[in-house]
Design a protein around this ligand. Structure first.
Ligand code: NAD
Length: 235
């Protein structure tokens, strides 16, 4: 095997063929809602009911979709690398749970996940699969009105950055799949990997804003590109 220690970053493109819409553009719309209303702390402070409603719709939509061959191939890659003494660090910007449902065991959700709630007072987190309301009490500290979806909004610090930086420093190859390269800090991982002298590969439907930073680019739908590439790696 040429590469034993791989870091992968996925974006909305990997879930597109499962039926989850991608994100349009910075300052644009997410599922027809203005981003600043539903994905910023200011939007939440202004209209928490709207924000809960938006994430309730996204959470409910998860029940109608299933992982596609790209999610499944990455789970297969994780098993194959571990068996041969290597490791996969799978980082996703996605807030869906399709990697987990596709069989991946260790997924870093750097922008949070729809199926988790967070209490802004005591920082308790808990799994939650049903609708939420702005006035719901925290199950740990009982304070009302301050429980929010466990999602990293624009202007907030993504999760697990230290673990991600260490993984990039230690890997043999960094791969970006289905992301537009518009949202930082994730968009900067390729430059970080290049700074550590790592090999880099982009798999995307079309050229992204950061395509020129990658040593190799392959264009096409994730559901065929990713299984094909995984087969090559595990050969
Ligand atoms: P993005 O929508 O900005 O970019 C999606 C990228 O995927 C584009 O470059 C597009 O060409 C590519 N793409 C589309 N269909 C594809 C396919 N079938 N195969 C391969 N590539 C395909 O998404 P982003 O870069 O992940 O940034 C969006 C932000 O919005 C993220 O931070 C995320 O938290 C949030 N978001 C998440 C989801 C989700 O959880 N599934 C969906 C929408 C938005």
């Amino acid at each position: 095997m040429k590469y034993k220690n791989i870091v992968i970053l996925t974006g909305a493109g990997i879930s597109a063929e499962s039926g989850i819409d991608t994100f349009r553009a910075e300052g644009g719309l997410w599922e027809n809602y203005p981003v600043e209303q539903v994905a910023t702390p200011e939007g939440y402070a202004k209209d928490p009911d709207l924000v809960h409603h938006f994430y309730n719709l996204r959470r409910a939509a998860l029940k109608t979709v299933t992982p596609n061959p790209a999610h499944e191939a990455l789970a297969h890659l994780e098993t194959g690398l571990v068996k041969s003494g290597g490791c996969l660090t799978l980082i996703t910007q996605n807030v869906d749970d399709l990697h987990e449902r596709g069989g991946s065991k260790d997924v870093i959700h750097m922008h949070g996940i729809l199926t988790s709630m967070l209490c802004a007072v005591c920082e308790h987190r808990w799994e939650h699969y049903d609708d939420t309301q702005a006035n719901m009490p925290c199950p740990a500290c009982s304070v009302q009105n301050l429980c929010r979806p466990d999602i990293v909004w624009f202007g907030e610090m993504p999760y697990h950055m230290r673990r991600i930086e260490s993984a990039l420093a230690a890997c043999d190859l960094f791969v970006s799949i289905g992301t537009s390269g518009a949202v930082y800090p994730a968009a900067g991982f390729v430059q970080m990997a290049r700074g550590f002298n790592k090999a880099t590969l982009e798999l995307n439907l079309e050229s992204s804003q950061g395509s020129h930073y990658f040593q190799e680019n392959r264009l096409g739908p994730a559901s065929s590109l990713v299984p094909q590439w995984v087969d090559e790696v595990l050969k």
